[in-house]
Design a protein around this ligand. Sequence first.
Ligand code: GDP
Length: 342
Amino acid sequence: MQLEKLGWNGFFASQARAGVPARVASATREHFLVWTENGEVEASVSGQVRRNGSTWPAVGDWVALRPDAPVIQQVFERRTVLSRKHPGHAMDEQVLATNIDALFIVSGLDGDYNERRIERYLVVARQSGARPVILLNKSDLAEQYRIDVGEVVARLRHWSGAPVLAVSAAAGDGLEGLADLLAPGETAALIGSSGVGKSTLVNRLLGQSRQVIGEVQADDNRGRHTTTVRSMFIMPGGWLLIDMPGLREVQLWASPEQLDASFEDVREIAQACRFRDCTHNDEPGCAVAASGLDEDRIENYRKMQRELDYLDRKTDKRLMSETRARWKIIHKAMRKKTKDGW
Ligand code: GDP
């Protein structure tokens, strides 16, 4: 297998020092399945990588194996990183996949259709560095749920700036358009709520059942039998697809600037707000509130803004004090408003 077909390029080649280049096709806590020029091998992580507290390998990573054994001795710098806030209370980043070129945001055109969720995934995509592609699955059900597909596609294209495709994984409709969005050797990942049809889509794209090829039997260090689920697949068109099954909740791990990039329309109007750092909640002279934009979209923006502000405050003490200082000025202005009646 040529490395270029697995996504190898100059960016990674320039980092290669010693060892055998390989791409991580599956990563569980201690088990790694990697693809080299000579095929698939099971790999472990070297003591050096462990000790240095350096980057822990994730699916999609390019790594260097020791020349004499399948041991990961270097994790290459990543081009893109798809991550979320660690589920639970920890204020940590959890890396889901790396070096992806496109993120397919999957949503069902049925009773669960929710544009707010798409907005959230768009922020996740922008933060990752991958190009977002919106896949509206179950197009065969849209009519039944009184969803005007043409109107939804046009609206999403307008505010997301991303390609939007209406498809039916079950019927195999509309999927030809996907191939045009990815060049051979590029990597995509799928994200979306449970039940939107991600597995059906993977199976349909692969043209065979993933259960047949998805599992690898292996022994762990203590000789016990374990099953590793392969997460990366080579598609018939020559591009690669990373599947992240069982991903229920995606809390944001992003900066407020990345949020703004997904809400250009809100941001443009926000420039007319009286306060440069208006949070579009209750401040006087807020142009966003007065704009007539879709109220749900504005509310979602506010919600994510609060979430990211909270994250910022919890993760960076300096920012926390800046936020406090900002709010002092706003509150002062609000008190003045009440007093002066403007
Ligand atoms: P996942 O949880 O996102 O992996 O979703 P699944 O692939 O398991 O699909 C959830 C359900 O939706 C299953 O019953 C699928 O048969 C069904 N489904 C998936 N794609 C389509 C589609 O295009 N049209 C219809 N009508 N049903 C679909």
